[in-house]
Write a protein that binds this ligand. Structure first.
Ligand code: NAD
Ligand code: UDP
Length: 335
């Protein structure tokens, strides 16, 4: 079975490619290297001992998609390609709407033209906005997004629903990720944001290596056990495994399905800092600053639907996430 993976050199996509190759799938990757590096190709080959096809192209390019679907019989697509920086999306909404929506529209168009009807889509817990109840189930209301990035995910979910209505063969697994962190245990692939990181985990690791002086914790007066924000952090390898389970279900189903991919456990910012220090025996200096505009107090999943219907649940714990995130950054820097 041959799977097209868009954005397959990025943080989550590269881990999914490893899982696919390890499980006997053939893989074709398209990535324009907007937020990734060509050396990930070799890292994936080194980890798996397997080869795959790579196209350094843009998913928005209909001609390139036509070429890929002509050169390969694609059975299913995992669509990771997209821009994901919340702050940047506020400054550059056109760029975000254009890339995230057009890539998805063009991809679906070419899939249907080439009789490929199985799509796994990277959505996000951000579609729930500030959820009224916790833990968040798939039944919770969606649409209260607070930035263009989140709105692209919500809009794409609507578009995909309409496509499945118009074409009953078209099957979509909408996977709503919570907070992916960690890295492959080899330390060869992981998250490498350019510039100063916006997200918590990449920031913590850079403070730990001394590249950044101090972590700023955005508020300690939230209605949470220690006052700092609570999130559902999930190991990226568990997340990647969830994609394979969703793929199996997509192959044998029709329609559109929604799944939360999270652990179901919320950790605060201070929980993360303390766990990181304990597991890695390093200090993470921090200071408490103002709340970050747009942040919510708590967000964690009820992942039971994915367990019931896909037979998937997260297996790695917070200590694995802390150890593997740090291991990856140390390997990158060759300490
Ligand atoms: P990433 O930026 O590491 O990976 C995305 C990859 O897609 C990059 O390699 C980039 O070069 C590529 N890409 C972007 N636009 C492209 C285009 N038009 N054509 C070809 N390649 C393109 O991001 P990630 O963390 O791996 O996220 C993967 C997906 O999951 C994204 O859609 C993201 O929005 C979604 N998601 C991520 C998170 C998270 O916290 N990381 C949470 C929820 C959802
Ligand atoms: N956070 C923080 N300092 C940082 C980055 C993030 O205190 O430098 C907090 C943030 O306020 C939130 C949590 O860490 O409570 C997770 O933030 P992240 O940006 O990683 O994920 P998201 O907010 O998108 O869930």
């Amino acid at each position: 079975m041959k799977i097209l993976v868009t954005g397959g050199l990025g943080f989550i996509g590269s881990h999914a490619v490893v899982e696919l190759l390890d499980n006997g799938y053939e893989v074709v990757v398209i990535d324009n290297l907007y937020n990734s590096n060509i050396d990930v190709v070799d890292s994936i080959k080194k980890i798996t001992g397997k080869d795959f096809s790579f196209y350094q192209n843009d998913v928005c390019d209909l001609g390139v998609l036509e070429k890929i679907f002509n050169e390969h019989t694609i059975d299913a697509v995992m669509h990771f390609a997209g821009y994901k920086a919340v702050g940047e999306s506020v400054k550059k909404p056109i760029l975000y709407y254009e890339n995230n929506l057009v890539s998805t529209l063009h991809l679906c168009k070419k899939m249907i033209e080439h009789n490929c009807f199985k799509l796994i889509f990277s959505s996000s817990a951000t579609v729930y906005g500030e959820a009224k109840i916790l833990p968040i189930t798939e039944e919770c209301e969606v649409g209260g997004t607070t930035n263009p990035y989140g709105t692209t995910k919500w809009m794409i979910e609507q578009i995909l629903k309409d496509i499945t209505i118009s074409n009953p063969n078209f099957t979509v697994m909408v996977l709503r990720y919570f907070n992916p962190i960690g890295a492959h245990k080899s330390g060869l692939i992981g998250e490498r944001p350019n510039g100063i990181p916006n997200n918590l985990m990449p920031y913590i690791v850079r403070v730990a290596t001394g590249e950044l002086e101090m972590l700023s914790i955005f508020g300690d007066d939230y209605d949470t056990p220690d006052g700092t924000g609570v999130r559902d952090y999930i190991h990226v390898v568990d997340l990647a495994k969830g994609h394979l389970k969703a793929l199996e279900k997509a192959i044998s189903s029709q329609g559109i399905y929604y799944y939360n991919l999270g652990t179901g456990t919320g950790y605060s910012v201070l929980d993360l800092v303390h766990n990181f220090e304990k597991v890695n025996h390093v200090k993470v200096p921090y200071k408490i600053v103002e709340r970050r505009p747009g942040d919510i107090a708590s967000c964690y999943a009820d992942p039971s639907k994915a367990y019931k219907e896909l037979g998937w649940r997260a297996e790695l714990g917070i200590e694995d996430m802390m150890r593997d995130s740090y291991n990856f950054i140390l390997k990158q820097k060759d300490y």
